[in-house]
Write a protein that binds this ligand. Structure first.
Ligand code: URA
Length: 423
């Protein structure tokens, strides 16, 4: 087999054979196919697509590039959630303890943020002492003792995806539905969960900007999961505006703890509970009550034990950025747009995100929102507070927000998008 004929097949809109797919994934993982060759193939796939048979084979080849985990020995059914990524998306933090408190085992192998979207591990690392890197034995130990674990995926899980995702990130080939679906599902299937709920984000802050593309991505992933024996469901959820009132690592941990304490912004609570119900249903725990787990403190108890089991101090003060800058409303009216992408880029520029994998994030950096779309605002009121340790970045962050905040005249009828757009 030679790589140029594989690239030419897809360049000329042909169908890749199972042998071509197995060979190219294996050869790329071993370093026999070069990055520039794989990026040509990824671009050909982005432009010309793959059919269902090709996507299924591509996913299987990525799974087979590494180890498979097995949670069958656990005493509880496993339930997992994956979000396609957004701004202010801290849902995993309150969700995993709630679902664990209801009787499921929740193994959340999570990632770090890159670009304008945040990463669950970066958020949790703002808790003093908390460790993302666990051995397999430690991971199983935390899962058995608390019901939930949120940690970094080991290097052995779908290594082909690790390499390919990093390449796609720097070659403009992330936004291809076959590549996103196979990337996410290869990791989730290799992880060995019994059931999976996908939170497919739609809107400016998401990979999928419109509902049709999001529906296609969701259907492709549900098909892949089901074919591999994983009970898989997808919700399509709004990412036109940030989730909740914070975007940034420690800021989002604080908001998640508020949710676990029975408060927090309504959109975060609503989405957390919607995903919890789907996860419990998929895990066969139909009678479990996530609202009760929040109200009776059992979810908070799991959170505290889970954080402590990974070296974190759940009572420690969270880091606060050295400098703040308040943005005020320039006119009165109804807030119609608070663009998720603009807020995500601004938070990233303040230091909440990283431009390269090896960059460090600032734990306290980010944006606190004081209003959301649909709110009436008065000229001069606080709209948002920017937080950073590097105040020279304020101007750069404010540039990103240009055009991202829009108001309509007072009295204008405006209904914000519902949080769940479809299932
Ligand atoms: N998340 C992933 O894990 N892979 C993608 O391709 C996109 C989002």
């Amino acid at each position: 087999m030679d790589v140029i004929s594989v690239i030419r097949t897809k360049r000329d809109k042909g169908e890749l054979s199972p042998e071509q797919i197995d060979w190219v994934i294996d050869a790329y993982t071993r370093g026999e196919v070069a990055d520039e060759q794989m990026s040509a193939l990824a671009m050909a796939i982005l432009l010309n697509g793959m059919n269902r048979v090709e996507i299924a084979r591509w996913t299987a080849a990525m799974i087979n590039s590494g180890e498979r985990m097995n949670f069958a020995q656990l005493s509880r059914p496993t339930a997992d959630k994956h979000s396609t990524g957004g701004v202010g998306d801290k849902i995993t933090l309150p969700l995993a303890p709630i679902v664990a408190a209801c009787g499921a085992a929740v193994p959340q192998l999570s990632g770090r943020g890159l670009g304008h979207t945040g990463g669950t591990l970066d958020k949790l690392e703002s808790i003093p002492g908390w460790r993302a890197l666990l051995s397999n034995e430690e991971m199983f130990g935390v899962l058995e003792s608390t019901g939930a674990v949120i940690c970094a995926a080991g290097d052995g899980l779908a290594p082909a995806d690790k390499k390919l995702y990093a390449l796609r990130d720097v070659t403009g080939t992330v936004e291809a539905i076959p590549l996103i679906a196979s990337s996410i599902m290869s990791k989730k299937i290799a992880e060995g969960t019994g059931s999976l709920v996908l939170d497919v984000k739609v809107g400016s802050g998401a990979f999928m900007k419109n509902i049709e593309d999001a529906r296609e991505l969701a259907a492709t992933m549900v098909g892949l999961g089901t074919d591999h024996g994983v009970r898989t469901v997808a919700l399509l959820t709004d990412m036109s505006t940030p989730l909740g009132l914070t975007a940034g690592n420690a800021l989002e941990v604080r908001e998640s703890v508020e949710v676990l304490a029975g408060g927090g912004p309504q959109d975060v609570v609503d989405l957390t509970l919607a995903l919890a119900r789907e996860m419990l249903d998929a895990a066969g725990l139909k009678d479990a009550d996530p609202v009760k787990a929040l109200a009776d403190g059992s979810a908070m108890d799991v959170w505290r034990r889970m954080v402590a089991a990974q070296g974190g101090d759940p009572d420690a003060a969270l880091p606060v950025a050295r400098e703040q800058h308040v943005v005020h409303a320039s006119e009165s009216g109804v807030l119609t747009t608070l663009d998720a992408y603009a807020v995500g880029v601004a938070a990233w520029r303040l230091g909440a995100g990283r431009a390269r994998k090896e960059d460090r994030v600032q734990a306290g950096a980010g944006i606190e929102l004081h209003a959301k779309p649909g709110d009436r605002i008065t000229a001069g009121q606080r709209l948002m507070t920017l937080h950073t340790d590097t105040p020279e970045k304020f101007e750069y962050a404010l540039e990103a927000l240009n055009g991202g905040v829009l108001t309509a005249p007072e009295g204008t009828e405006f209904t914000p998008n519902p949080i769940v757009l479809g299932r």
